[in-house]
Design a binder for this molecule. Structure first.
Ligand code: GLA
Length: 731
C-alpha cells in the first residue's frame, strides 16, 4: 500500500518505490510537513522538528502559553497568509469582512483508490499497469468558512507524487481567493541549490543552477502563458549533487498560464518550496457552495542525481501525461513550410515542395501561417479562419488531395487565440478581444488576444476550425499562440471577477484543446507559442509534442534542448533541420549536424527543399532512413546528458540507451576545432556492465565503456557531428 496511515498519531506517510513523503496533524490540528526524500522506515519523523521560543514569532491562540510553538518556524503542509507565519504562504483568502488572516486546522482524511483527476485541468493519470492511490486531507479555517482539501496522488511505480488543492466555500457569503499555491514543501535542514530554466523568445530554457541564499528566490510568469522567460519546472538539490550522484527534488507544474515557483531560505536555515498559479493576476471569487481546484504539481525525488530525476519525469510524462493515438503511434517526419517560404506561397509552390519532400522520404507536409483570410504578412487576418483559395489557387481539399497523391500526409497551422484588428472577426466583435474599455490595448506582433475565457468566443472559433478541418483530409494541426497577454478584462464578467480572467482563459484553452482532440482522435496536434513559450507539462496533456523554439540554429539548439531535457522527454521536443546560413543567427552548420540535433526530438525539416542540391537531397534521404531505424531508441530510450553545452568547449555529447540496454546511440557535436589539440573522450551510460558491445565492428565490455569511456572522433570541419551506434552482442 502506498499510503500508510497511523490514525492514532495522525501521521500520513506516502510511499513510492524509492521515495517517501510524510505529514502529521499535530495536537493542535496543524498539518505539519515532516519528510520528503528517500524511502526508509515508516516512522514519525516529526521528532526532527525544533521547538524553541522564537522572539517576534507569535503563538496561535489555541496553544496557550506554549511560547515554543510558532507557525513562523514550523514546517507546514499548507501554510496560510495571516497566520503568524511570515514566510511565503500557500493560501491567501479575503473574507467577506475584508480581512485576510487565516488559520487552518485538520478535519479528517480519506483514501481513494487510484489516482484522482481534476475537472477541466491536466493531471497525471494511471494506466492499468500502474499502482496508484489518492490521499485527501481536509483542513478547515478556524473561522469555519471553507474547507481545503489537499489531494495527493501516489504513483508508486512511477516514483511520482502529485498534489492539487480543492477549496470549498461552505459559508453563505463569497470569499476571494487571492493566492492558491498547488504545493508547498518545507525542508527542515539542508543547504540547497535551486535549478531553474530561464530564457526569452528564440532562446528558451537555459539551465541555471545557483545556491539558495537567505530570502526568497523565485521564477514565474504573469504573461498569461507559462512563457519563454521562465519554465514551470524547478529542482532543488544538495550542493554536491551531480548528474549521477546525490539528492534532488523536481517540481513540475501542469499548467500553461501564469505561475510562480519560489524557494525561500528562511532565517532558521529552513527551506520552503512553493509552486502554483502566480497570484499577480489572480483573484478568484468563490461563491457559497462552490469549489475551486488548483492545477496539479508533479513531484519526484531522486537519490541518484539529476539524470535519474529526469528519467522519472520523462517516463511519467510519456506514458501517464501525454494522451491519444500519438502517445504510442509513430510520428511522421515532417516538412514545415515556415522558414522555407514564410507567407510567400501558393498551392503550386507547396505541392512542388511536397513533391521533393516525398522523394526524400518525408512523410507529412505542414502548411504553416498564411493560408487563411488576408494574411500575406503578420499584420492582418488572424481570426478569419477561412481558406484563401485565391492565394492557394485551389480549395484546401484539392491541395490536400495533391499532397496525399504524393504519398504524404497533410497538416495545417492555426493560431486560434489570436485576433488581428485588421480582420472581419475584429470588425464584427471588437469586444471578443481582451482589452479594457477606455484604454488603448498593448499590441504585440500587431495582434490582440481573443477572450478564451468566454464560451461563446471559443464556440465560434471551434466552429470555424472544424469547418476547415472537415473540408479536407488533415492529419496534423499546429496550435500556435504568438504574444503575451495584456489588458486583462473580460466583457462578460463583473468587476469583482476580473481577477479570474487569466485562469478562466487557460481553462478555456484546455477545454478547446480537449474538444479538438476528442473530435479528431487521429490528428496529431503540435503545441507552439512563438516556439517554446508554452513548453510545459500542461500542454503535453493535449499535444504530445511542442515546437521547442523558433531558434532553429543547431548550435543554439544544443543548450535549448539540453535545458528542456531536465524535465521533458525527447518525444515532446519539436525540432527541425533548417537552412544555412541560419535564419536567426546567420551561422553555418553542416547538414549532418543539423540532423544530429533535430533527431534528438520529433524530427522534421523546415526549409525550401526545392532549393536543395541533388547531393543534399541524397543526404536527407539517408538521414530519414537512419532516424527511422533509431526511432524507438530515441523516442522511448533513456536520455543521458554527457556534457553541459554551456560549460564544455570542445565537444557536446549526449546519448540514448534502450531500457533493456541492448543498444545505444552516442551523439557528438564538435564546438570548436583545435589543431593539434588534446585528446577528448567521453564515458557512456546506461549500458549493461556485463555485456559486450560492438562499435564499428570492434568489441568492448559495457563496464569499460562506462568506466573508461571512448575517445571522440576528431572533427575536421567546424561544428562537425557524429552519431555512433552501439549494439550489445547477443549472449
Ligand atoms: C510562430 C511559430 C513559427 C511560425 C510562425 C508563423 O513564430 O513559432 O513556427 O509558425 O509563428 O507566424
Amino acid at each position: 500500500m502506498a499510503i500508510l496511515l497511523d490514525t492514532k498519531n495522525r501521521v500520513f506517510t506516502l510511499q513510492t518505490n524509492h521515495s517517501m513523503y510524510q505529514m502529521k496533524a499535530d495536537r493542535y490540528g496543524v498539518l505539519l510537513h515532516t519528510l520528503f526524500g528517500e524511502k526508509g522506515s515508516v516512522f514519525d519523523y516529526s521528532y526532527l522538528i525544533t521547538y524553541a521560543d522564537r522572539g517576534f514569532s507569535g503563538n496561535p491562540y489555541d496553544v496557550d502559553d506554549e511560547r515554543t510553538y510558532s507557525l513562523d518556524a514550523l514546517p507546514q503542509e499548507y501554510p496560510t497568509y495571516g497566520s503568524g507565519d511570515y514566510r511565503g504562504s500557500a493560501l491567501k483568502v479575503c473574507y467577506p469582512d475584508g480581512t485576510t488572516s487565516c488559520e487552518l486546522r485538520y478535519v479528517g482524511y480519506e483514501v481513494l483508490e487510484g489516482k484522482y483527476s481534476i475537472p477541466g485541468l491536466p493531471a497525471i493519470y494511471q494506466m492499468e499497469e500502474n499502482k496508484a492511490d489518492t490521499l485527501v486531507i481536509t483542513l478547515e479555517d478556524t473561522r469555519k468558512t471553507f474547507y481545503v482539501h489537499l489531494y495527493y496522488g501516489v504513483m508508486e511505480d512511477l516514483d511520482i507524487i502529485t498534489r492539487s488543492v480543492r477549496i470549498e466555500n461552505h459559508s453563505d457569503k463569497p470569499v476571494f481567493l487571492e493566492n492558491v499555491q498547488s504545493t508547498c514543501v518545507d525542508y527542515l535542514h539542508g543547504e540547497f541549490d535551486l535549478h531553474t530554466f530561464y530564457g526569452r523568445h528564440i532562446k528558451e530554457r537555459n539551465y541555471q543552477r545557483a545556491p539558495i541564499h537567505h530570502g526568497v528566490q523565485s521564477v514565474g510568469s504573469t504573461r498569461g502563458m507559462s512563457s519563454h522567460q521562465y519554465n514551470p519546472f524547478l529542482i532543488l538539490s544538495d550542493k554536491r549533487t551531480t548528474e549521477t550522484f546525490g539528492n534532488c527534488y523536481g517540481f513540475s507544474f501542469l499548467y500553461s498560464g501564469d505561475f510562480l515557483g519560489s524557494a525561500e531560505y528562511d532565517t532558521y536555515n529552513q527551506t520552503r518550496l512553493l509552486l502554483g498559479i502566480n497570484p499577480g493576476n489572480f483573484n478568484y471569487r468563490l461563491d457559497p457552495g462552490k469549489t475551486f481546484c488548483s492545477p496539479e504539481v508533479a513531484m519526484a525525488y531522486s537519490g541518484e542525481g539529476l539524470e535519474h530525476l529526469s528519467h522519472i519525469f520523462h517516463r511519467a510524462f510519456r506514458n501517464n501525461l501525454c494522451r491519444g493515438k500519438f502517445k504510442k503511434a509513430r510520428r511522421p517526419v515532417l516538412l514545415n513550410s515556415w522558414e522555407g517560404v514564410y507567407f510567400d506561397f501558393n498551392g503550386e509552390k507547396l505541392v512542388q515542395m511536397a513533391r521533393d519532400a516525398a522523394s526524400m522520404g518525408i512523410e507529412l507536409f505542414v502548411m504553416d501561417d498564411g493560408w487563411f483570410g488576408k494574411r500575406d504578412k503578420d499584420v492582418s487576418g488572424l481570426g478569419d479562419w477561412v481558406v484563401n483559395e485565391k492565394k492557394l489557387g485551389c480549395t484546401l481539399e484539392e491541395l490536400s488531395d495533391q499532397i496525399h497523391a504524393l504519398g504524404m500526409q497533410f497538416g495545417i497551422w492555426f493560431e486560434p487565440e489570436g485576433i488581428s484588428e485588421d480582420s472581419d472577426l475584429y470588425r464584427a466583435h471588437p469586444d471578443w478581444a481582451l482589452q479594457i474599455p477606455g484604454k488603448a490595448p498593448t499590441r504585440s506582433r500587431y495582434q490582440l488576444v481573443l477572450d478564451f475565457s468566454r464560451q461563446d468566443v471559443r464556440d465560434y472559433i471551434f466552429g470555424q476550425m472544424c469547418q476547415v478541418l472537415d473540408s479536407a483530409k488533415i492529419e496534423y494541426l499546429k496550435w500556435d499562440f504568438n504574444r503575451s497577454i495584456t489588458d486583462i478584462y473580460s466583457a462578460l464578467l463583473p468587476a469583482d471577477q476580473q481577477g479570474e480572467v487569466t485562469h478562466r482563459y487557460i481553462l478555456g484553452l484546455y477545454d478547446m484543446l480537449d474538444k479538438l482532440g476528442r473530435r479528431y482522435p487521429d490528428m496529431l496536434i503540435e503545441g507552439c507559442c512563438g516556439g517554446g513559450g508554452r513548453f510545459d507539462a500542461g500542454m503535453l496533456y493535449y499535444s504530445p509534442q511542442i515546437w521547442a523554439s523558433d531558434n532553429t540554429d543547431a548550435i543554439e539548439r544544443l543548450s535549448i534542448q539540453y535545458g528542456s531535457s531536465f524535465c521533458y522527454p525527447i518525444s515532446a521536443v519539436g525540432s527541425h533541420v533548417s537552412q544555412c546560413p541560419n535564419e536567426q543567427t546567420g551561422r553555418y552548420a553542416p547538414i549532418n549536424t543539423r540532423a544530429t540535433v533535430a533527431m534528438s526530438g520529433t524530427f522534421g525539416y523546415e526549409l525550401d527543399v526545392n532549393h536543395m542540391t541533388p547531393v543534399e537531397k541524397e543526404v536527407v534521404k539517408a538521414q530519414i532512413f537512419e532516424f527511422k531505424k533509431y526511432y524507438d531508441l530515441i523516442q522511448y530510450g533513456n536520455y543521458y546528458r554527457l556534457t553541459d553545452p554551456l560549460k564544455t568547449k570542445d565537444y557536446h555529447c549526449w546519448q540514448f540507451a534502450a531500457e533493456d540496454r541492448s543498444e545505444a546511440l552516442l551523439c557528438i557535436v564538435a564546438l570548436q576545432i583545435r589543431p593539434n589539440g588534446p585528446g577528448c573522450w567521453t564515458r557512456l551510460r546506461g549500458l549493461d556492465p556485463d555485456g559486450i558491445y560492438e562499435i564499428d565492428g570492434k568489441e568492448y565490455p559495457g563496464d569499460v565503456l562506462m568506466r573508461a569511456g571512448i575517445p571522440l572522433p576528431k572533427a575536421t570541419e567546424e561544428y562537425e557531428s557524429f552519431r555512433i551506434y552501439i549494439r550489445k552482442k547477443q549472449a
